[in-house]
Design a protein around this ligand. Structure first.
Ligand code: SF4
Length: 698
C-alpha cells in the first residue's frame, strides 16, 4: 500500500552490471522496500540482491564523519574495528580532513613530482563522479596513473574488442537473445552473477532456443542447456580453436560476411588448421564429438550470440580467449543483426560507464587514446589548457607494485577495496602500509581504509543523483532517494573540493554540469541529454536522434576500424602461469556467489543477504571431501605459494574432483591471499581463475 511509504523514488540497483531499475520505498528517511520497475534491462524483475540488499546503507558501520589517523595510532594494518576505530582514527571537520587529504597528496607532488601519487577510482560511482576523478588525477598530477576495477574483471575483453572490432562495448544487448536461435554462454555463471539476465536466457531455452554452456564448473543454467561442455580449467583457447577448426574444415563459415566485413581471414584459416577437435578435446578433457556438435550448431544458426564472463577474462590468456570469441562470431557472421552479437557481461553496476568516462590509464573519455595528439588537444581545449601526458598510465596491479617499491608514495582511493580485491593480496596490503599518504573515500571503513591517513565519508548509491551505464550500453538515471547519514557527502562534491584544494579551479555545482561537459568530448553521448534521462529513465548509446531510444545492435554496416573491417587475430594455446604439481596438486578458482557482492563490504552488511550466506565457504566435489576425510560443512585448509586460509567446505558435484571454487567476499578467509598476481600481457588482468593449491584436512 503506497500509504505505507512517505516517498517512492525510481533508481538503479547498485550491484551488478545488469542495471535493473528499482522503485525505492522510503519511510522516515530510510529505504524500507525495493520493487522492480519496467526498465529496459529488467522489465520489472529483480534478484535477491536488488530486492533485499538495500539496508546496508543504514548499517551502524556507515562512516558519518571525516576521520584522520591519530598521531599515536598503532601501525597501519588490518586491525581496525569498523564499529570502534578510535584507537586508530579521530573525528575531524570536513575542512580539516579535506585540507589534510589534499595537502598530503600535494606535498608529495611538490617533493617527488606528480608521478608519486596515483588514483584508484570506482565502478560503483556515477558516470559524472568517474569522469571527475580521472580528470582530477590527470589535471592535478599531470599523468595517467588512474585506473579502476575493470582492470580486475573485463580489461582483457576490452583489449581484444578494441583491437579487433574497434569498440569495447557490447555489440548487442542481452535482451537480443530473444531473437537468437543459438546462444553460447562461456566462463560465466549468470544465475548467480547476473541473475536477471539469466531469466532471459532461461526463457530463450524454454522457447526452443539452443543454449550452449561452456564452463569448467557446472552451474544452474546447465539444466536449460542443449550442450554443457565442462572443459578443463585454463584450456579456453584450445576449446575455441577446436570449435573454429571444425567450422573452417567443414566450410561452415559465412564467406560473404567474411569478405564484406573482415580482414585477416586467410592467415587465420591457416593458423586454425592445426587445432583439430581430437587434439583439443584431449587437452580440454572432453569428447571431440562435443566440440563438433557445438561448432555445427553455432555456425548453422540463423542468428547466434556469445556471452562471456570472468571465467574468460581473468586468465593470463584472457585477451586471447576474447580474441577467439570475436573470431568465432566473425567466422559465422553473427554480429550486427537481430539475435546476434558479442556480449561480455559486465560485473559492477557502473563498470561500463566508469570505463566510458575515462577511468582507464591508457585512454581518455570514450576510449580516446592518450597517445593521439589530436585527442590531447581536444582535452586541452575542454579542460582549459591542461596538458595531457602522452604516456599511457599504469594499471592498478602495476601501481601496487610501484607502491611496494616506494616509487609511488601517495594514493587517492575512491570506493574500491584493493586490500581485499587485489591478487596476492598480502603484497597489496604491504604496499598500502608503505604509503606516505593514503586518502580513502568510502561509505564503510573497508579493509583498505584500515591503511588510510584520511578517510572521507561518502554516499551510497541511493543517496545521490547521477547517471550510470549498464552492460547493455543503457545510460540510466540513478536518483537520490534518501540523505546520506551524518556528515557524509556525495562523492562528486568531495572530488570537487579535493580538486580545488589541489590548485584546480573547478566550479561544478551539479552533476548535470559535469554531464554536459562530458558530452563535449564523448560521441557516445550524442543525442543523450540530462533532460531525456530524467524523463525517459534510460537511453541506449548510440542514439541516432533526440527521440531515438538508442540502438540495441551495432556494427550492422561495418566496424569502427580501418575500412570498416573487423580483424581475425589468431591465438595460441598457452598454459596458466602456475600449473599444479606435487606440492600444490589441485586447481583453485575464485568468483562470486548469488548473495554476496565482490569484497562483501555492502552485502555482508545487508541483513537478509548476510543471514542467507553468513560464513566463508568453498566448494569441493563430494569425492574429494571423502578422500580428505572432511564432512560437508567441516573445514579445509587451502594453501598456495602465497598463503593459507581455512574455510568451511561444501559438497558440490558441479566442481571437478581436482578443483576448488572459492568466493572472494569474506575478509576472514580472503580468497586473494591465495590468488596469483601473474598478468595477461595485453589487458594486464590478473589470473584470478587459476592457481595451484593444496587442500588439506586441518
Ligand atoms: Fe541488481 Fe543485478 Fe540483481 Fe538486477 S540482476 S537486481 S542489477 S544484482
Amino acid at each position: 500500500d503506497s500509504k505505507d511509504f512517505d516517498d517512492e523514488v525510481s533508481s538503479i540497483c547498485p550491484f551488478c552490471g545488469v542495471g535493473c531499475q528499482v522503485s525505492l520505498k522510503v519511510k522516515d528517511g530510510a529505504i524500507v522496500k525495493a520493487d522492480g520497475i519496467n526498465g529496459p534491462a529488467n522489465e520489472g524483475r529483480l534478484c535477491v540482491k536488488g530486492r533485499f540488499g538495500f539496508d546496508y546503507i543504514h548499517h551502524p558501520h556507515r562512516l558519518t564523519k571525516p576521520l584522520i589517523r591519530r598521531d599515536d595510532a598503532p601501525e597501519k594494518g588490518l586491525n581496525v574495528d569498523p564499529g570502534n576505530p578510535w584507537t586508530h582514527f579521530r573525528e575531524a571537520t570536513w575542512e580539516e580532513a579535506l585540507d589534510a587529504a589534499a595537502h598530503g597528496l600535494g606535498d608529495l607532488r611538490s617533493f617527488y613530482g606528480g608521478k608519486s601519487v596515483a588514483g584508484f577510482g570506482s565502478a560503483k560511482c556515477t558516470n559524472e563522479e568517474a569522469y571527475l576523478f580521472q580528470k582530477l588525477i590527470r589535471q592535478a598530477f599531470g599523468h595517467n596513473n588512474v585506473d579502476h576495477c575493470t582492470r580486475l574483471c573485463h580489461a582483457s575483453s576490452v583489449a581484444a574488442m578494441m583491437e579487433n572490432i574497434g569498440s569495447g562495448a557490447v555489440t548487442a544487448t542481452f535482451n537480443e537473445i530473444e531473437n537468437a536461435d543459438v546462444a553460447i554462454v562461456i566462463g560465466a555463471n549468470p544465475t548467480e552473477n547476473h541473475p536477471v539476465a539469466a531469466t532471459f536466457f532461461k526463457q530463450f531455452a524454454k522457447r526452443g532456443g539452443e543454449l550452449i554452456v561452456l564452463d569448467p564448473r557446472g552451474q544452474a543454467l546447465k539444466r536449460h542447456a542443449a550442450h554443457m561442455l565442462q572443459f578443463r580449467p585454463g584450456t579456453d583457447v584450445a576449446l575455441l580453436n577446436g570449435i573454429m577448426n571444425v567450422i573452417v574444415e567443414e566450410k561452415l563459415y559465412d564467406r560473404q560476411y567474411i569478405e564484406g566485413f573482415t580482414e585477416g581471414f586467410f592467415e587465420f584459416r591457416e593458423h586454425i588448421r592445426a587445432f583439430t577437435p581430437e587434439r583439443m578435446a584431449e587437452l580440454c578433457g572432453i569428447e571431440a564429438a562435443q566440440i563438433r556438435a557445438v561448432a555445427r550448431s553455432f555456425a548453422r544458426a540463423r542468428a547466434g550470440m556469445i556471452f562471456w564472463g570472468m571465467g574468460v577474462s581473468q586468465h593470463i590468456h584472457g585477451t586471447d580467449n576474447a580474441r577467439c570469441l570475436i573470431s568465432l562470431a566473425l567466422l559465422c557472421g553473427h554480429v550486427g543483426r537481430p539475435g546476434t552479437g558479442l556480449h561480455p557481461l559486465r560485473g559492477q553496476n557502473n563498470v561500463q560507464g566508469a570505463s566510458d568516462a575515462g577511468l582507464i590509464p591508457q585512454v581518455l573519455p570514450d576510449y580516446q587514446n592518450v597517445t593521439d595528439p589530436e585527442v590531447r588537444e581536444l582535452f586541452r581545449h575542454i579542460w582549459k589548457g591542461t596538458q595531457i601526458d602522452a604516456t599511457p598510465g599504469l594499471t592498478v596491479v602495476e601501481i601496487m607494485d610501484r607502491v611496494y617499491r616506494g616509487e609511488i608514495r601517495g594514493m587517492y582511493i575512491l570506493g574500491e577495496n584493493p586490500a581485499m580485491s587485489d591478487p596476492d593480496v598480502e603484497h597489496a596490503r604491504k604496499a598500502l602500509a608503505h604509503l606516505d599518504h593514503l586518502v580513502v573515500q568510502d561509505i564503510f571503513l573497508t579493509e583498505t581504509a584500515n591503511y588510510a591517513d584520511v578517510i572521507l565519508p561518502a554516499s551510497a548509491f541511493p543517496e545521490k543523483t547521477g547517471t550510470v551505464t549498464n552492460t547493455n550500453r543503457q545510460v540510466q538515471m540513478g536518483r537520490k532517494a534518501v540523505d546520506a547519514p551524518g556528515e557524509a557527502r556525495e562523492d562528486w562534491r568531495i572530488i570537487v573540493d579535493m580538486a580545488n584544494r589541489l590548485g584546480l579551479d573547478w566550479d561544478y555545482d551539479t552533476p548535470r554540469m559535469v554531464f554536459n561537459e562530458m558530452k563535449m568530448s564523448m560521441r557516445s553521448l550524442h543525442h543523450i541529454t540530462w533532460s531525456r534521462l530524467e524523463n525517459e529513465g534510460a537511453v541506449t548509446y548510440p542514439s541516432l536522434s533526440n527521440d531515438d531510444p538508442g540502438q540495441p545492435i551495432v556494427f550492422g554496416d561495418g566496424f569502427p576500424r580501418r575500412a570498416g573491417r573487423a580483424m581475425f587475430t589468431p591465438a595460441r594455446v598457452t598454459p596458466p602461469a602456475e600449473v599444479p604439481d606435487e606440492r600444490y596438486p589441485m586447481i583453485l578458482t575464485t568468483g562470486r556467489q548469488l548473495e554476496h557482492w565482490h569484497t562483501g563490504s555492502m552485502t555482508r552488511r545487508a541483513s537478509v543477504l548476510d543471514a542467507v550466506e553468513p560464513e566463508a565457504n568453498c566448494s569441493l566435489h563430494p569425492k574429494t571431501l571423502r578422500k580428505l576425510g572432511v564432512e560437508p560443512g567441516g573445514h579445509v585448509r587451502l594453501t598456495t605459494r602465497r598463503g593459507t586460509i581455512t574455510v568451511m567446505a561444501r559438497a558440490d558435484r558441479a566442481v571437478a574432483e581436482d578443483m576448488v571454487f572459492l568466493p572472494f567476499a569474506y575478509v576472514e578467509a580472503a580468497a586473494n591471499i591465495l590468488t596469483n598476481a601473474a598478468l595477461d600481457p595485453y589487458g594486464k588482468i590478473p589470473e584470478f581463475k587459476f592457481a595451484a593449491v593444496r587442500v588439506e584436512n586441518p
